[in-house]
Design a protein around this ligand. Structure first.
Ligand code: UDP
Ligand code: MG
Length: 322
């Protein structure tokens, strides 16, 4: 990396007063080291995003940014959740930085992976995903639910990088393109792959939380998973349509069966009419729901108004600039 490349590390914080001092200490050493070996510009910074914390997090951020030259912060007006806080940080950092890394405040993500991420950026990657090589230090429950989550997302047709959370490097141009994704229900780890460009992964050992407790209890995690599926996939709607078609076919077969039973004289009075009505109506209803669902699915993807394409290079422009 040329030494004038400015790096911003965006760190969302929600009630993180217990870890902030230690995080600052470690990130400071890291940034100083990177500046000293001329990997990044001395204008690089760590940007803390206070996500409406109820403890002393913001006071600490203010103190730190006064005392330390490498640190700055922004404060959201209220708690908006990890994804929104992260997006806010990324969108502000993009106008100041050439390359941005997002990470959690709790030191679970190994900060030594930053060197490797920067090397990959130098090799021409625009996105570098931090991937957990193992989950030895996670509790059995967290490990199982998290792995189940990634597998379920795959089945549901959401294309995400396995075991990648939100520890990632992105270049300025990726963030500029990302600003065109206007959706409100955020699932950042699924959205970045949509931007495209060359990407790579860096493996790291996930540590235990340095201090404090997880801000993602089971309820929030389930909400997040549900958001991920419903913001990315119309597969659940397809399931309804498939089931509708199947049920409709079965209902036709059952209707024929009922009529045959009637013709053979095995049916009591009124049974054929009732049975045929139930089967046909259920089949038609389910099929209709599936068809309506397909249109709802179309409306849903139209309202997202995601960019239809992103141009990575334009030779005519490049040549005219020379
Ligand atoms: N976080 C946030 N807003 C929230 C919840 C969490 O900014 O509403 C931040 C939190 O401070 C941390 C990161 O998101 O930096 C990840 O949260 P946590 O480490 O608690 O999640 P876990 O690692 O347990 O999944
Ligand atoms: Mg954590």
């Amino acid at each position: 990396m040329r030494k004038d490349n400015i790096l911003y590390v965006v760190v969302p914080c929600y009630n993180e007063e217990e870890v902030l001092k230690e995080t600052t200490k470690r990130l400071k050493v890291k940034l100083e080291e990177l500046v000293a070996c001329k990997k990044i510009s001395s204008k690089s910074k760590v940007m803390y995003v206070n996500d409406g914390s109820r403890d002393r997090t913001w006071e600490l951020i203010e103190e730190i940014s006064k005392e330390e030259e490498f640190f700055t912060g922004i404060c959201l007006s209220r708690n908006r959740g990890h994804q929104n806080a992260l997006l806010a940080g990324l969108m502000i950092a993009k106008s100041k930085a050439d390359v941005v890394i997002s990470m959690d405040a709790d030191l679970q993500d190994d900060i030594n992976a930053i060197d490797c991420m920067l090397d990959k950026y130098n090799d021409g990657c625009d996105i570098v995903y931090g991937v957990r090589s193992s989950r030895k230090k996670d509790s059995w429950f967290k490990k199982t639910t998290a792995q189940g989550f990634y597998k379920f997302m795959r089945i549901m047709g959401v294309d995400i990088v396995y075991n990648h959370a939100d520890y990632r490097l992105t270049s300025k141009r990726v963030l500029e393109n990302f600003a065109d994704f206007k959706e409100v229900n955020l699932f950042l780890r699924g959205m970045f792959p949509l931007v495209g460009y060359r990407s790579d992964v860096v493996y790291y050992e996930r540590n235990e939380r340095f201090a404090g407790t997880s801000k993602y209890p089971l309820k929030k995690m389930l909400n997040f998973a549900w958001d991920g599926i419903t913001s990315f996939s119309i597969k659940p709607i397809r399931f309804v349509l498939t089931f509708g078609i199947l049920l409709f076919v079965i209902s036709v077969i059952m209707t024929i069966y009922c009529i045959i039973v009637k013709l053979l004289g095995h049916a009591v009075a009124g049974w054929t009419f009732l049975a045929c009505s139930i089967w046909m109506l259920s089949g038609i209803q389910m099929l209709s729901l599936g068809i309506i669902g397909e249109y709802v699915g179309k409306v849903y993807s139209e309202t997202k108004a995601r960019p239809r394409y992103i141009i990575s290079r334009n030779l005519e422009e490049e040549n005219s600039r020379k």
